[in-house]
Unconditional design. Structure first.
Length: 246
């Protein structure tokens, strides 16, 4: 299982939000390039960057920082936040980014996103599906920074894109994100049971190395973790040991 460190960018700084709330922001560093270099020293092969400013405004004001990270590291960089048209996807890929992460548009403008998936290929597009679990246990997708609920389940969405070359899905249980409450193992088990070939990226709630071990034992292909690495509840030594025991 790949462990993918995460960096959230706001005003050029590395931050974390609690459950997507901009009013609950913790600043970890004013040098995100240094943070990315630290993550690279963990022998990570991939890096996830989310542009919070881009998500709010649609303007890619952190483009220079992200392009510098992509140029300075051997990690495959994937970027999300404010990617709302084909030209922006193309610009990110041209700048050295490996994958573009598409969130709300996958639900609100599916025809456009499907055309990008076909044009750029499944290796370069990630669908970010944020879910709330309803009273019946159904994972329903929420959009627009987790403020707009939908009636579309995560399973329906994946099925809709599956025939167009979809390979990468980043799925977050929003109740777990930034809360250090543990991943939603049951959710990922259900998704992989229905779509075993999917390159699923588990996101939200990772607390420590034991959570990553449990996700690996489930057969989850990749897990994103930000806060646990930034807070030091997962150490570089634990990551080395984790990889040695794959």
């Amino acid at each position: 299982m790949r462990i993918i460190p995460a960096i959230d960018l706001q005003d050029g700084k590395c931050v974390r939000l609690y459950q997507g709330d901009f009013a609950q922001t913790t600043v970890y560093s004013d040098d995100p390039i240094a943070v990315s270099e630290r993550f690279a020293s963990f022998s990570a092969t991939d890096l996830h960057i989310f542009d919070l400013d881009g998500a709010r405004t649609g303007a890619q004001q952190n483009r220079g920082i992200i392009a510098s990270i992509a140029a300075k590291t051997d990690m495959s960089v994937q970027v999300g936040g404010g990617i709302r048209d084909k030209a922006t996807v193309q610009a990110w890929l041209d700048s050295g980014v490996t994958r573009c992460v598409i969130g709300s548009l996958a639900i609100t403008e599916p025809d456009a996103v499907k055309s990008w998936l076909v044009q750029f290929g499944g290796d370069h597009i990630v669908l970010a599906l944020d879910v709330n679990i309803d009273g019946g246990g159904v994972p329903l997708i929420t959009t627009h920074g987790w403020t707009a609920p939908s009636n579309t389940s995560v399973f329906e969405c994946i099925e809709d894109y599956a025939g167009l070359g979809l390979r990468h899905v980043l799925c977050t249980d929003v109740s777990r994100d930034g809360a250090m409450a543990g991943p939603n193992y049951e959710l990922y088990e259900y998704i992989l049971g229905r779509f075993p070939e999917l390159q699923l990226l588990a996101s939200g709630g990772v607390r420590d190395i034991r959570d990553l071990e449990m996700l690996r034992d489930q057969g989850v292909p990749a897990a994103i973790t930000g806060r646990a690495l930034l807070d030091g509840t997962i150490t570089a030594e634990e990551l080395v040991s984790f990889r040695q025991n794959v």
